[in-house]
Design a protein around this ligand. Structure first.
Ligand code: 13P
Length: 286
């Protein structure tokens, strides 16, 4: 069932687990994610980032996401990931997305606050929830490229006092933070700054979001889940799982065909989502 983002995240925060937000670029991704969520009885978030629009257009994906969410037997939110402008957030809201992220992390603090506030004002008028980002989540350059910085910016952690000021000024529903996380496929497993996460979570009573889920160690995932992260974004891991599955299929199938490939894509998505949901401890929560 299509369920408010804020409700899904606040329930996760209070329950001490995190909900996976999976970037879905195709019908196969959406089917695999929903099958995984229903099998594990887990809430889930379907999301699409603005950088993904060229090959997975927002207007074409919206109907797919919304129908899947409405028909699902578990709570599902439909979320715009990394909206780059007020206008993109408005487009997603008009299409029925029930939450949007405005990513102003690359902007100076005051500009990030100003545009985030405008998005919140618009979204709240129609009961849509908002995620914002503070601090720079970099990009390894190997993956979807949702990040706003380069790998060099990984040490620009979210500042604790600035996060409190930002939340007071914007009244967003969830905040994405930078604690050493990067988007894409890591060259080496990073170590997240869990101490900084604890300080931000202690200072602010709001669900926190970890971007760049792919490649994070199990230990760091667990520390995040137990210390205030209520939403974890995963994109590249699904793409890797599908690529590996198709490579294996093509290497072994006697008569490779597209229909079987579609089934493999659904299966690979589902398997990758299940393994993340188990780590995030969201199974059995729906
Ligand atoms: P990964 O590609 O590293 O999983 O990051 C996904 C993400 O944060 C999308 O916003």
């Amino acid at each position: 069932m299509l369920t408010p983002f804020k409700e899904i995240l606040n329930t996760a925060k209070n329950g001490g687990y995190a909900v996976g937000a999976f970037n879905c670029l195709s019908l196969e991704n959406v089917m695999g994610v929903i099958q995984a969520a229903e099998e594990l009885r887990s809430p889930v978030i379907l999301q699409l980032a603005e950088v993904q629009f060229p090959y997975s257009p927002l207007e074409k994906m919206a109907g797919l996401f919304l129908e899947a969410a409405q028909k699902a037997t578990v709570p599902v939110a439909v979320h715009l990931d990394h909206g780059q402008s007020f206008e993109t957030c408005a487009r997603a809201i008009k299409l029925g997305f029930n939450s949007v992220m405005f990513d102003g992390a690359a902007l100076p603090f005051n500009e990030n606050v100003a545009i985030t506030r405008q998005v919140v004002q618009m979204a709240k008028a129609v009961n849509v929830d908002v995620e914002a980002e503070l601090g720079k989540v970099g990009d390894t350059g190997e993956g979807g490229g949702e990040g706003t910085g380069s790998a060099d910016t990984a040490d620009v952690f979210t500042d604790v006092e600035e996060s409190a000021r930002f939340l007071e000024l914007t009244c967003v529903d969830a905040l994405a933070i930078a604690i050493g996380n990067l988007h894409g496929k890591y060259v080496a497993t990073p170590r997240l700054n869990i101490q900084r996460l604890k300080e931000i979570a202690h200072r602010n009573n709001i669900p926190l979001v970890l971007h760049g889920g792919t490649g994070t160690s199990e230990e760091d995932f667990k520390s995040c889940v137990h210390n205030g992260i209520a939403k974890i974004n995963v994109a590249t891991a699904l793409q890797i799982a599908i690529t590996n599955k198709i490579q294996q299929y093509l290497a072994t199938a006697s008569k490779p065909n597209y229909i079987d490939m579609k089934w493999k894509m659904i299966e690979a998505t589902k398997e990758a989502v299940i393994s993340h949901m188990l780590l995030f401890e969201s199974d059995g929560k729906a």
